[in-house]
Ligand binder design. Structure first.
Ligand SMILES: NC(=O)c1ccc[n+]([C@@H]2O[C@H](COP(=O)([O-])OP(=O)(O)OC[C@H]3O[C@@H](n4cnc5c(N)ncnc54)[C@H](O)[C@@H]3O)[C@@H](O)[C@H]2O)c1
Length: 250
């Protein structure tokens, strides 16, 4: 049984989907959880669940791709709590486009949230964690970092970028007792994947390639995040773990 009692966590994009499942799972394991989302109503809703589990929570509405908003969010967390033990970079977006028509706007939007947001939040969290000489940084990438996703070269680039960024972050931060790892979900039942899941041909192919024969639920991803946040994972850093029913095996 993993015990995170007394730990303070911040989860981005936690208003729904995978982030919400991670925030709730961390709270169930004993952590107090600050809940970020670009949508305040969603952040408040997940924060209420954390509180209902019996843990402290802070709802932080902020766009992780905007530095001033990220700074304000960390100021709020620091004001309320004297430490931050667990940073989960989960906020992520996608737009559908073939490479030949992919616009600069879509590239900047997806890379801005998925990769620049991870940079901003990792750097801000690391500054606190270096001082306390302890920390767990977990970023939600994707198996698209290692494989591919139709009509989403920009998304694949952003997720592969997280994995590369993490390797050097893990090297620089290791001396301070901070681990940096990525969770790479396969197709997961959330609003983000609704459109691809509605394509029966794609689903047939995907399930055929998946040894466990089903796609993930958000809770499947949360299980690994909670493990990586725990002391049981204290000697693991710079890694990117797939949670995809075995569809991608490297
Ligand atoms: N669903 C999948 O199949 C799947 C697969 C692999 C990886 N992922 C990754 O998992 C993470 C969570 O995705 P999900 O499926 O739960 O998506 P989702 O769309 O259900 O939830 C994402 C949340 O992030 C919030 N958000 C969006 N932009 C934001 C921003 N700029 N700042 C702060 N919050 C923002 C949204 O409001 C939403 O609440 C993402 O990084 C995604 O790329 C998802």
């Amino acid at each position: 049984m993993i015990d995170l009692t007394g730990r303070k966590a911040l989860v981005t994009g936690a208003g729904r989907g995978i982030g919400r499942a991670i925030a709730v799972a961390l709270a169930r394991a004993g952590a107090d959880v600050a809940v970020n989302d670009i949508r305040e109503d969603l952040a408040v809703s997940t924060a209420a669940v954390v509180t209902a589990v019996g843990r402290a929570s802070i709802a932080c509405a902020a766009d992780v791709s905007r530095l001033t908003q990220v700074e304000a969010m960390f100021d709020l967390v620091k004001q309320r709590w004297d430490r931050l033990d667990i940073m989960v970079n989960n906020a992520g977006v996608n737009t559908k486009s073939s490479l030949l028509t992919l616009s600069e706007k879509d590239w900047d939007y997806v890379l801005g949230v998925n990769l620049k947001g991870v940079f901003f939040c990792t750097q801000a969290a690391a500054k606190i964690m270096v001082e306390q000489r302890y920390g767990r940084i977990i970023s939600v990438a994707s198996v698209s970092a290692k494989s591919h996703l139709p009509m989403a070269a920009h998304y694949c680039a952003s997720k592969a970028g997280i994995v590369g960024f993490n390797r050097e972050a893990a090297r620089e931060l290791g001396a301070y007792g901070i681990t940096v790892n990525a969770v790479c979900p396969g197709l997961t039942e959330t609003e983000l994947s609704q459109e691809v899941r509605a394509d029966p041909e794609f689903m047939l192919r995907r399930l055929g390639e998946t040894p466990l024969g089903r796609i993930a639920k958000p809770e499947d991803i949360a299980g690994l995040a909670v493990f990586l946040a725990s002391d049981a994972a204290s000697h693991i850093t710079g890694q990117a773990f797939n949670v995809d029913g075995g569809a991608v095996m490297y």
